[in-house]
Design a binder for this molecule. Structure first.
Ligand code: PHE
Length: 390
């Protein structure tokens, strides 16, 4: 029932009200860690959306992190200590993200924090990590403001000024689109930022934005906006949202007779996109962090191991969760005695570090500079179309 009703607000309300708090992860740590970890454990906190309309984001990320932790623990841990992960569910809400991180720091005394996926939730929590001087790495929040919070906040993904440019170029040069409509989620920092960056670049390339309209995360009826969009006769519609709304938007767009490609960003990446959008989502394009069709052995090896462990193909969130954990583990290894400040310094020094989603070098703004890919949705598979370098 949970699966089927995810897209409905009623189900979200039910899920949210019973939304449980995930306790320390046994697979990764094997048992619970005491406050600040016992002397032979390192306690790392994770906050994510494990329930609600963005649940696949949190679950995939956590799966990736656990895999990296287990691999490190199998090799003797970090500096002889075992990594233990404590994951808290924020139900996809910014307020809950802030309280989860407060709890991880003040009650559990974690050494470092991994999370969040959604930029709005990373933005809600990052000031708390910064004030308490606990390093935080977001695997996948792409809004530039996230790492601007302070010198304890990092990311292992590219940022949206780049991601927006990538799709604007693709729309203009590959799809030869001249007129594009924008449908943005005004409740999401990610969506608003990406829509702006796309728009700027698309205009620079000589394109026209024929309408710029909006919705709010949680909405289920987009017909009014889509009817307006249809009247502008666009060559494509840019929808930088998250998968639950995007799936519904695709269905309603096709029902209303909008046949042009829908374009989006990494927020489309979910095993649920096709489940929600059905055939209507096929043939549309989005920008992403990696492709499962890559022939790079680092990627195929990761996919193989992940499938064996979790029985499904890893999405970009899983890959980025794994990579963020890898960066953190490598930084911890290089410290003298695992003090948060030392970990912070070492994360900042990350250079040419080969992971699944590419080679990570953390720049002076604590961001990773990496290429992006464009994929085309084909049922449950996102077919690789092209790579765009920074
Ligand atoms: N980049 C999105 C954000 O900042 C999150 C996201 C990343 C979602 C990757 C899906 C895949 O909000």
């Amino acid at each position: 029932m949970f699966k089927k009703l995810l897209a409905l607000p009623l189900a979200l309300a039910v899920v949210a009200s019973v939304g449980c708090t995930r306790k320390s992860d046994q697979a990764a740590g094997g048992g619970s860690a005491s406050a600040s970890g016992s002397s032979n454990e390192i306690l790392v906190g994770e906050f994510g959306s494990f329930t609600g309309g963005e649940a696949t984001f949190g679950i995939s990320t956590s799966n990736g992190i656990k895999m990296a932790f287990e691999e490190a623990n199998a090799k003797g841990g970090v500096k002889g200590k075992k990594l233990v992960l404590k994951s808290l569910d924020n139900q996809g809400k910014a307020e809950e993200a802030a309280s989860a991180v407060t709890r991880l720091i003040t009650q559990d005394h974690v050494t470092a924090i991994l999370g969040e996926v959604a930029s709005s939730r990373s933005l809600a929590a990052a000031p708390i990590a910064q004030q308490n001087k606990i390093p935080m790495i977001t695997p996948s929040s792409t809004n530039p403001k996230v790492t601007e919070v302070g010198d304890y906040v990092f990311r292992v993904c590219f940022i949206d000024p780049f991601q927006g440019t990538v799709m604007a170029k693709f729309a203009s040069e590959n799809l030869k689109a001249k007129k594009v409509a924008i449908l943005r989620d005004v409740k999401s920092d990610y969506s608003v930022g990406l829509a702006d960056y796309f728009q700027k670049k698309f205009k620079e390339l000589g394109g026209e934005i024929v309408i710029d309209t909006s919705f709010q995360s949680g909405d289920i009826d987009f017909k009014a906006q889509l009817t307006q969009i249809k009247a502008t006769k666009p060559d494509a519609v840019y929808v930088p949202g998250y998968y639950t709304e995007v799936g519904l938007i695709a269905r309603q767009a096709r029902q209303l007779g909008i046949e042009v490609p829908l374009l989006g960003g990494d927020g489309w990446d979910s095993s649920k996109l096709y489940e929600i959008g059905g055939k209507a989502i096929n043939g549309n394009y989005f920008s992403n962090h990696y492709t499962t069709e890559s022939t790079d052995p680092a990627v195929s090896d990761f996919i193989k191991k992940y499938k064996e462990k979790y029985g499904e193909t890893p999405d970009a969130l899983a890959a980025l969760g794994y990579d963020a954990a890898k960066v953190l583990i490598a930084a911890m290894e290089r410290t003298a005695d695992l003090k948060p400040e030392q970990i912070r310094d070492e994360i900042a020094k990350t250079k040419d570090f080969q992971v699944v989603t590419g080679k990570i070098t953390i720049d002076d703004k604590r961001n990773a500079v990496k290429p992006a890919v464009i994929v085309k949705v084909d049922g449950n598979v996102n077919r690789f179309v092209t790579t765009i370098a920074p």
